[in-house]
Design a protein around this ligand. Structure first.
Ligand SMILES: [Zn+2]
Length: 342
């Protein structure tokens, strides 16, 4: 009997761990950033980029397994979906794919509702699909592309959840958007932007993560760096905020090489963030640059720089924290840039 009482006491303590709302300005965001660890990123990525997931090709069984992994993780973290109870999937119809025939597939969505401005939403995105298996049977694990961005989002979501449980609920809502179909032409993000769960007019910014686990070609001597693309393209305020957060907490070398409008790679137009940017939503794209294993079967989890991945994920979390909790949303002071090559 005693044991039973003690057991139920422990259960009720665990289930009541959420604190009443507290003043967000009293929180130390670094305390929550520090819950993002190299070890946990590594644990997730060794599963998510394992052979079992068969390269996560859109519409194929490996991609479905990956979606299930994300859903289970959000459920275990007790992070809700904006689509309805236990419904984390936004179906993307096969008709959206124009390059080739693809079966229906899904974006995976989870969110934390804001306290004082719940109708305004910050989107943190990455694509969880990759390119599958080739004709010779080689599996493209996509540990960096974009397993790294995917596991970073899981850790960022967990950090926001821990803050929420301590009573520090962000002012704005945060949508964790794991998109499908990126490798088939940015299809999942295009579908989301045309069928948004929160109106685009209320979407205050998009932080997009695609490949942040490696050191790119010729960057061995760059120290702890990350390429930032797009931060100043629509909102000077977003760019300044991003710089300030980095300087205050993380001190990564922020490299803007690929942000140059004349850069021939045109990365601003080449990943999922562009589907937000073209709708006048300010974005920041976080990227480590390409490397010798890019889109090869050798993009495996043993080659990831986990300490650097941790730092980059912390920077993104802290930047998101600032955007979610400012009095006003990032002010758009520049015109839309459209892709002349489209
Ligand atoms: Zn990618």
């Amino acid at each position: 009997m005693k044991k039973i009482i003690l057991f139920s006491l422990v259960v009720s303590l665990i289930s009541c761990k959420a604190q009443p709302p507290r003043d967000i300005s009293e929180a130390n965001p670094m305390e929550y950033a520090n819950t993002i660890t190299a070890e946990e990123l590594k644990d997730h990525l060794y599963i998510f980029a394992s052979d079992e997931f068969e390269g996560r090709e859109t519409g194929e069984p490996g991609q479905k397994m990956a979606a299930e992994y994300l859903k289970k993780e959000y459920q275990s973290l007790d992070i809700a979906s904006p689509l309805g109870e236990n419904d984390y999937y936004q179906e993307v119809p096969g008709s959206y794919f124009t390059r080739e025939t693809v079966k229906d597939t899904e974006n995976v969505l989870a969110y934390i509702q804001g306290s004082s401005k719940p109708e305004e939403v910050l989107v943190i995105s990455s694509h969880y699909d990759h390119v599958g298996i080739d004709d010779e049977g080689n599996i493209y694990n996509g540990a960096d592309d974009d397993g790294s961005g995917t596991v970073a989002i899981l850790e960022i979501a967990e950090a926001f959840k821990k803050a929420q449980e301590d009573g520090f609920v962000p002012k704005r809502s945060i949508l964790f958007l794991n998109v499908t179909g990126e490798e088939k032409g940015l299809v999942g993000s295009k579908f989301y932007s045309e069928n948004p769960v929160f109106p685009l007019a209320n979407t205050v910014a998009n932080l997009n993560i695609d490949m942040i686990g490696r050191i790119g070609t010729d960057m061995e001597s760059a120290g702890d760096y990350v390429y930032l693309i797009g931060s100043d393209k629509l909102s000077t305020e977003l760019h300044n905020l991003s710089e300030e957060v980095n300087e205050k907490y993380i001190n990564l070398n922020l490299d803007y090489t690929y942000n140059d409008e004349n850069d021939p790679n045109r990365f601003y137009y080449r990943s999922d963030h562009y589907n937000f940017a073209k709708n006048d939503i300010p974005i920041i794209f976080y990227f480590n640059g390409v490397h010798e294993d890019y889109h090869r079967p050798t993009d495996t989890p043993d080659k990831i720089e986990y300490d650097l991945l941790e730092k980059r994920a912390k920077l993104i979390f802290l930047t998101a924290w600032e955007i979610a909790n400012r009095d006003t949303r990032p002010y758009v002071d520049k015109p839309t840039l459209t892709d002349s090559g489209e």
